[in-house]
Design a protein around this ligand. Structure first.
Ligand code: FES
Ligand SMILES: [Fe+2]
Length: 428
């Protein structure tokens, strides 16, 4: 069968959602894994998941299994969970603690740095040094662990690190603890899950709770000139009342200036779409929640102790994203990490990790149902929206439709995506 990709790319209309095979086809999914998830930086967890030397967990993505392990000190390593003898999985549980990683098949033994340190009955000229576990590139940024499956060929992370670090430091993310985590299995292609996450066109009709907390969203959804003006005035009032130091240098983002922040759409973090080889796409910014709300909770009251440099509730929230798949949203008293984990062409795991201050005590300083309320309710609604979307997209009647003025972020994401997978552009 001829490769349908160039024909599909030619059929794609600008600023329309994607042709059906991009959301449904197993072959395109394989190519997404290879050209996107195999090359971009992926947020895998917070360092508190592996607090001590020898602690490890598995990060599973699209059939690959990655061992993420704490070595001596602060060093975090990541290796493909594939034995260099005959290819068995080395670690079989989802997490554990070990001084050495021992393959269950013939007991080849690896150090926490991936080096092969034990292999019985091999020939005299066998060189152990040639058979270490295959590494992924790793970056730990203020407590967040990012990996890149392309190892030594990974694109340079320096600019992204420099840009997002002040925002993570502001919230004390390096010193945070993991209060809870939840995995939402979504029967939809990862791009439908991502597009849903990126736009707030659906917020008014589909997310009453999110809109009540982020009341300002109603002004954006209104779309009138008066509402836009009201929104901008509210934003200016909030900025004027905030400690400038806590604005963490306002907005940081990669990519050309014309892809920058549009103040009409501040609730979808801006997404630059850089050139195919320009390094990770990243963005970071602070905005306000909703006037009268101290944090992103049901009644707007605090749900955990203040984090990082905050000494009072300023009603702001911070959003950070790296390469689309690693995202954090933080209020003054808690933060959430979002992970997009493709499983198959029509199934995606969406994981949320809730972070609170490192010394906060469950049941005393925070209450999990109150802490998790907003993002649990909203994500449950989004799961249904994305699954309904997939069912419709699978129909023979499906034809791509145009994005609205409130969907500039998915439109940019789709342009970026097409750029990554277009073989005529050389890919990412
Ligand atoms: S496959 Fe791992 S020791 Fe043989
Ligand atoms: Fe949503």
């Amino acid at each position: 069968m001829p490769n349908p990709l160039p024909a599909l790319l030619d059929a794609q209309q600008p600023d329309y959602c994607l042709e059906q095979p991009f959301y449904a086809d197993a072959g395109i999914f394989e190519s997404d894994i290879e050209r996107i998830f195999g090359r971009r930086w992926l947020l895998v967890d917070h360092v508190a998941r592996i607090p001590a030397k020898g602690a490890w967990f598995l990060y599973e993505i699209a059939g690959e299994s990655i061992i993420v392990v704490r070595d001596a000190g602060e060093r975090v390593n990541a290796f493909f969970n594939v034995c260099r003898h005959r290819g068995s999985r080395v670690c079989l549980e989802s997490a554990g603690h070990a001084a050495r990683l021992v393959c269950p098949y013939h007991a080849w033994t690896y150090g926490l740095d991936g080096r092969l340190v034990g292999a019985r009955k091999m020939s005299k000229d066998f060189d152990k040094q040639q058979f270490g576990l295959r590494p992924c590139a790793v970056q730990v940024v203020a407590g967040l662990i990012f990996i890149n499956l392309s190892g030594a060929a990974a694109m340079d992370f320096t600019a992204a690190r420099t840009a997002i670090t002040p925002y993570l430091d502001l919230h004390g993310i390096a010193e945070a603890k993991i209060a809870a985590r939840a995995m939402y299995g979504v029967a939809a292609n990862w791009k439908l899950v991502m597009e849903n996450f990126l736009e707030c066109y659906h917020c008014l009709p589909a997310h009453p709770e999110y809109c009540s907390v982020n009341s300002i969203v109603k002004l954006i959804g209104d779309g009138s000139e008066r509402a836009s003006m009201e929104y901008l005035q509210a934003w200016e009032r909030w900025k004027a009342a905030s400690d400038p130091d806590l604005l963490a240098r306002e907005v940081a983002l990669s990519g050309p200036a014309d892809q920058g922040l549009d103040p009409q759409h501040p609730y979808s973090i801006p997404h630059a779409h850089g050139a195919a080889h320009s390094g990770p796409v990243y963005a970071a910014m602070r905005t306000l929640i909703g006037e009268g709300y101290q944090t992103m909770s049901e009644a707007g009251r605090p749900v955990a102790p203040l984090m990082g440099r905050f000494r009072r509730y300023d009603g702001g929230k911070t959003s950070v994203s790296v390469d689309y798949f690693g995202r954090m949203t933080a209020a003054n008293d808690y933060a959430v990490l979002f992970k997009f984990i493709p499983v198959s062409a029509q199934f995606t795991n969406f994981e949320i990790i809730w972070l609170v201050r490192g010394d906060a005590v469950a049941g005393q300083d925070y209450d999990l149902p109150r802490l998790q309320w907003l993002w649990h309710v909203t994500t449950t609604q989004d799961k249904t929206l994305a699954e309904n979307n997939q069912r419709g997209v699978n129909s023979r009647a499906y034809r791509p439709g145009p994005y609205s003025d409130l969907e500039d972020t998915p439109a940019r994401f789709v342009r970026w995506y097409l750029q990554q997978i277009d073989p005529r552009l050389g890919g990412a």
